[in-house]
Design a protein around this ligand. Structure first.
Ligand code: PEP
Ligand code: MN
Length: 358
């Protein structure tokens, strides 16, 4: 059976676990055996070639580490996966007998690299997992799937690992959950695995993000697991012991996307009220834009710019100050006001600049 079918039809969540990097034969074997002995994973991972931000970081042990993960797979009876980033990695991983290849975020971002890997695999029946690109671009992520599909590879799964961000107070890579949801909307047949390790960069947040992924109906989780996480050669802060992995998995609450008949009518009743409120919201927004157009007309007649920075800053501040009262997050109030403002500018621009033939 294809990996993607197994992930979709098997017990949820499908778990991929193992160290960020293979460090020694013994390290890989021991951690994989522990993971397997508690039935905490269905697929074992280990990084062999590590794409690192700075060249002096540990960049993986390369080809010599491949048999370590393959042997751990044989010993535990579990399939194995490694990250590949170019044609040579693909050839070496396949020769060593790795079952599943994954494409890392820093590779998905580069269509030339993805194409090189796809071409190296033309006609093969290997299973591939594709992480989202480092930048928040769902089209680019989907493009990678299309490149593999075009060379006849049909066993494809997706891994959501979050998106690069400068200096975020909470996450190493922001989850932007709306993007994997958009991905699923466009490619509903592809199973979606969440990688809370690389999203959080922090083991204390793993449970929270894993639970959220389950509540968003992801099919699986990829969690970096190490016997001595604090002394791991890469990503030390986010790795956890097999014991903690088991605790997290045991603590997850798994909910179903199906509405059972008992509650369906109650939910429907509330949803109808929500829909009526949405109607009103949009009627109000539409009315608001008409007022903006009126302002636009006066600005045009008096040669005044669309934006008065101070007025706009005051409007924003007034709403932000009330965010607690509205029980809305400041971030949401900001986003909503920005969206309303952009639309208002669009309406005013149309009033100011009626189409001219020059
Ligand atoms: C990894 O899984 O160890 C890794 C390098 O991840 P990413 O491609 O998400 O950075
Ligand atoms: Mn890692």
């Amino acid at each position: 059976m294809k990996l993607s079918e197994k992930i979709i039809s098997g017990k949820r969540p499908y778990i991929v676990a193992g160290p960020c990097s293979a460090e020694s034969e013994e390290q890989v074997m021991r951690v994989c055996k522990e993971i397997a002995s508690t039935h905490s994973a269905q697929l074992l991972r280990a990084g062999i070639w590590k794409p690192r931000t700075r060249p002096d970081s540990f960049e993986g042990l390369g080809e010599k580490a491949l048999p370590w993960i393959v042997n751990a797979g044989k010993e535990t009876g579990l399939p194995t996966t490694v990250e590949v980033a170019n044609k040579l990695h693909v050839e070496q991983a396949l020769k060593a007998g790795v079952d599943v290849l994954w494409i890392g975020a820093r590779t998905t971002v580069n269509p030339f690299a993805v194409q090189e890997i796809a071409d190296a695999l033309r006609g093969s029946d290997i299973s591939i997992m594709i992480k989202n690109p480092v930048n928040p671009d769902v089209q680019l992520w989907m493009g990678a799937f299309e490149r593999f599909a075009k060379v006849g590879i049909t066993d494809l799964s997706a891994i959501h690992r979050g998106f690069s961000i400068y200096n975020h107070p909470k996450y190493r890579n922001v989850p932007n959950w709306e993007l994997p949801i958009l991905f699923k909307e466009n490619m509903p047949e592809i199973p979606l695995i969440c990688d809370p390790s690389h999203i959080t960069g922090n083991r204390e947040l793993l449970f929270e993000v894993s639970q959220k992924a389950m509540d968003l109906n992801f099919e699986g989780l990829m969690i970096e697991t190490h016997l001595d996480p604090d002394n791991a050669w890469s990503d030390a802060a986010q790795q956890i012991t097999p014991e903690r992995l088991k605790n997290i998995l045991d603590s997850l609450v798994l909910r179903t996307p199906e509405l059972n008949t008992g509650v369906a009518s109650q939910i429907d009743e509330i949803r109808m009220k929500v829909s009526t409120l949405d109607d009103r919201l949009f009627d109000l927004l539409s009315e608001r834009m008409l007022l903006s157009e009126g302002v636009g007309k006066l600005k045009r007649e008096n040669n005044i710019t669309i934006l008065q920075q101070e007025h706009w800053s005051n409007l924003i501040q007034k709403r932000l100050n009330k965010s607690d009262e509205y029980t809305l997050s400041r971030a949401f109030v900001r986003q909503l006001m920005d969206a309303i403002h952009q639309e208002s500018i669009r309406h005013q621009t149309a009033i100011m600049n009626p189409e001219k033939k020059i």
